[in-house]
Design a protein around this ligand. Sequence first.
Ligand code: NFE
Ligand code: MG
Length: 592
Amino acid sequence: MVNVTVDPLTRIEGHQRISTEVDANGVITDAQSSSLIFRGFERILQKQDPRDAALLVQRICGVCPISHSLTATNALDDLYGVAEHVPKDALVMRNIFQGLNTVASHATHIYVLWGPDLANPAYRDVLTTLEDTGNAVWKEMVGRFAPISYKMDGTAIPAGTSYMAAIPEKKRLQEAIALIAGRMPGPVTPYPGGYTYKATVGDIVKLSSYYLQVMDFVSKYTLQVPFNTWIENTYKASSPDKAVKFVVEHLQGLVDKSLASNDFSREAGWGDAEFYAAFGSELVGETLLGLPASLKHDKIGGYSDPSKICFISYGGYYNVEDDGYDPKSPEGSRFITSGVVTGKLEYQKFDSDKITESVSHAFYDDSKGDLHPSKGETIPFTDPDKIVYTEGSKSRYTWDKAPRYDGIPGEVGPLARMLAMKEPLVTGLAQAFNAKGYSAANVYTRMMARIQETAIVANQLLQWVTVDYDPNGKISVPIDLNASKNSEGMGLWEAPRGALGHWVSGGSDGKVANYQAVVPSTWNMSPRDSKGIPGPLEQSLIGSKINPVGDVDYTNPVSIFHMGRSYDPCISCAVHTIDLTGKNSPNTLRIV
Ligand code: NFE
Ligand code: MG
């Protein structure tokens, strides 16, 4: 048995540690997901004017401040009793605001936070044994996805073409957000009752121009099939089978040509999405398309017990036919619907009353047991001697709470959303993996879902900006400041990384009496709960091999990087805190 620890995990919000036990075959037999920070925003918000919440919560995280401000605004709409009156054009502005952030966040994840792992030398060592074909595939992987300042065996490797080209697109999208919301990461426009800025015709023209430039990047790098052809035949396909068939046939055409020439370049039709869609999966690449090798990402990061996992969407982006929305986010009331999909891919209606948080394995007082977030508490341990991350899965080992839905851990994020909305391509892939004995959720489907959601939201942004938004429309309704007294509010929303909920209670003075945030990374990175059930990431680690291809290598656990990062974790969000003792400093990469 070997202990393999990866710390820090991510390339942005890195204060996450994955500790595993690995057997002689390279299979993970136990895992703990530990978040190493406590920031205490839920406590900071107590006694504040509720209207400040939408601004203060943005400081939870510089990656998704937009989602936090919109979720808080939803909670405040509910607290002040104005959700059903928020004007349609304010709802459209909020959708555009979130949509731009989601596209920027997903593109950053795909190309900058996750993609560089494709340039891991473990893939070179396997692919190059395949001679000409393998060499050609490796040349594409390292040539597109290598990060800056990267060395392999002491040799400097040029940064990948796709990696470099994606970075200016992030800037462009941040500028687009600034146009309608103020500079990231502190936009100021969401407000209970509406939105404080009314985009002008000039803004719409500028937004459209940013849009065209981003789509130019997509057509040069991401997708070689025309964007509209992709949308029509996948997202708008009449069934999951048809969507999968379209993609497999499209890829088969590329494979047939390229295997003869060993040319897997963009010029030969291989956009980054096409490349990953074919080579990422054993089932798609090797079994269906006849490729000689794949990255086998469909064999890592899955769930072995479907009764202990579900997929949750709270529902994101309002439907914008009329004014107003329902804070409970009933099924079908949002562009991306709310819904719960079981581990066996059965559909259920989402009910926010079924959410609880357990802190039995986190550094908080748990004398009251598992609590619904509207009654939730955040009472951190203050004795540094009790904050120890290394005592194993029966102990406390994280600052992350453990949210559960009807007592079950839930994966949130693009995969959960695409399943909840029955998006044809992702649903078809999940069904196909299930039918062939793979876990429906795995690193490959998680990444394909993120790629597909980026396309869907980008497509819908054009509709919101150029069709649905009326620059002459009404943008807000007034709120009654007394309405927060002895009132409660719930904000349900979808951040790029998944379902985001804020719960606020107003006291008899109208100030915030209690505030709780249950965040996507809290769900995905969660530890064991009071029944000892591991969180989604922990479950997906246990039973997976540390190396997706090639020999067991404890010093280069590529699968752990992929699995952890496939959820796009963000720990400042998840535990919304700081080790002042320094003794648990996360700034180490320890492979024991
Ligand atoms: Ni800090 Fe966040 C997003 C939220 S967290 S990035 O997206 O909410 O998982
Ligand atoms: Mg919380």
